[in-house]
Design a protein around this ligand. Sequence first.
Ligand SMILES: Nc1nc2c(ncn2[C@@H]2O[C@H](COP(=O)(O)OP(=O)(O)OP(=O)(O)O)[C@@H](O)[C@H]2O)c(=O)[nH]1
Ligand SMILES: [Mg+2]
Length: 240
Amino acid sequence: MTERALVIVPTYNERANITKIVESVLAQDSRLDVLVVDDGSPDGTGAIVDEIHAREPRVNVIHRAAKMGLGTAYLAGFRWGLEAGYAYLFEMDADFSHDPAHIPAFLSAIEGADVVLGSRYRNGKVTVVNWPMTRLMLSYSANVYARAVTGLQLYDSTGGFKCFRREVLEVIDLGSVRSNGYAFQIEMSFRAWKKGFRIVEIPIVFTDRSEGESKMSRRIVREAVWMVWRLRWWAMTGRL
Ligand SMILES: Nc1nc2c(ncn2[C@@H]2O[C@H](COP(=O)(O)OP(=O)(O)OP(=O)(O)O)[C@@H](O)[C@H]2O)c(=O)[nH]1
Ligand SMILES: [Mg+2]
């Protein structure tokens, strides 16, 4: 495999993490570039990435005016990356919950798959570090629920450490993707599955953030609860 891969990192107030995470990604493999999608972070994350970009052409940034959510940030990143000709496009958080050291395993796995998903619950085994029990139970149950409603046979469909072949993102109608929070992860995998693509889960160790603040909200959870039924309905009525 010689083609280039783009690691898309959405950010909102990640100044404590951004420099280190970008450096760490670039060090994993010479085929990797980084695209940060920053939503006008009040803490100046975007300006830090501008400085990195000035000395490191492998790093680019999209500045959006205001906090518009994870899903639309990734969609903007996918469009940019497809336009730029990348063969593989990653989703990754900035907060070190997704350890860049796993990236080489994704690059190997994508050779035999269309989507590679970093899984916290592969084969029912939990690989999450430092989460409170309540958060873990919410996430684990969300996955059992999503699997039951959608039929998507993944252990960790809400996980956000992923690698897509560009063909997947070309075939999915990005303009009709509706969800923006955790549901975005389920929706992307569900759409890929319905289009007949092969999704492979590889084990990752997920560690709770130690720097910066969480953006998780009740609204994001509510969206996921409803969205899985919508996805099922869309699939039943031939809209996917
Ligand atoms: N561009 C952009 N990035 C966002 C937005 N919301 C969250 N992010 C980024 O998306 C990634 C995941 O967000 P987190 O706050 O870590 O959400 P989480 O992983 O569910 O919650 P914790 O790990 O508990 O903090 C991080 O890199 C955030 O900075 C948003 O509205 N716009
Ligand atoms: Mg996080």
